[in-house]
Write a protein that binds this ligand. Sequence first.
Ligand code: ZN
Ligand code: ZN
Length: 368
Amino acid sequence: MSTVNYSQFPLMRFVHWGPILSIIIYKCVTLTTLYFTEIWWPCYGSLGGFLNNTILLTLFFISFTCYLKCVIVGPGYLPLKWKPDLEEDQQYLQFCRICDGYKAPRVHHCHKCNRCVLRMDHHCPWLNTCVGHANHPYFVIFIIVSIIASIQSSILLLKTLVLVLAQYGHQILIYFPLNLTLLWITVFGLALCLTFTLSLLLYIQMKYVLKNSTTIEDWIIGKAISRREQDQSLPPFIFPYNLGRINNIKEFFAKGDGIHWKVRDECNVYDLTIEQLEQKLIKESWKKPMQVIKEYNGRWFPLVFGLCVCCQIPWTDEARMPLAVGDLVQVTRFHKYWMYGHKNLPDGSRLRGWFPKQCVTLFTKKDN
Ligand SMILES: [Zn+2]
Ligand SMILES: [Zn+2]
């Protein structure tokens, strides 16, 4: 469980595999593209070559600056022990025991950052922080510019290959030994991967921007809709922050305080938090305590539980929770071979994480 308070040490976020690997990939794609392009389209050889290099470097500079801003600025955290101005509004809000305060509308507690995050979208391991109110615009600009830069890199690298293949049977002008071939394959693969994954991410993010929602809120909206499909006596749910596409884009880039948000005329500022409280009550009623019957040491690949468990681990960098026989666990999520939950520690705190499904069985009174 992370207990680092990143809000006080933003530069500490770079000491993690996500930002380190991101920066290495970044530098690798930029420098290799420039190196290969320089062979057949030198920067000082023609105006076209100069412009091509300038555009590529500018795109990488803008996207890299946005990336650094995302990490350093962070998502914006709700002050600890936060309370609404009016005491009677506390009944509409969830309470965060870790931050010892109420959660303002659109705020969610991130167990990685260990703080309540303003308008939290998701925790991004590549940034080693959350994407939220303060850095979400930088995140979207970063994705857009990175896609354009990756497409340009892919085209330039592909052109290099075409020129090398065209040399066969002619005088060799571009020397392409094995190490350069391997470098080309790696970087071209990375550029293509970045183009496809970032395009998919942009598509998802733009859907949220146009609706003025977030990844988490979209999940809450989905549950609100399915709740009403099952129980038609419930009043319809209207997402209060959807103000129309143009206003939604303006809101996305507006620098508000991250606590107070404009809502639709027919909605109340607490409509979403009231829906969340109702959903939480239903979730609590579903929760079943599980008893640990097999010890688990917290390893990511616990071979002792079989190959299926090791091959189908949950692909998230959320913690794994060591278990001892007899522990009681509250399960909140599950996959085919893994479960996610929490257990209470003797000091009153909670330990959360994933563990193999085989470790637990449903707790019944006679087990006690
Ligand atoms: Zn919190
Ligand atoms: Zn986070």
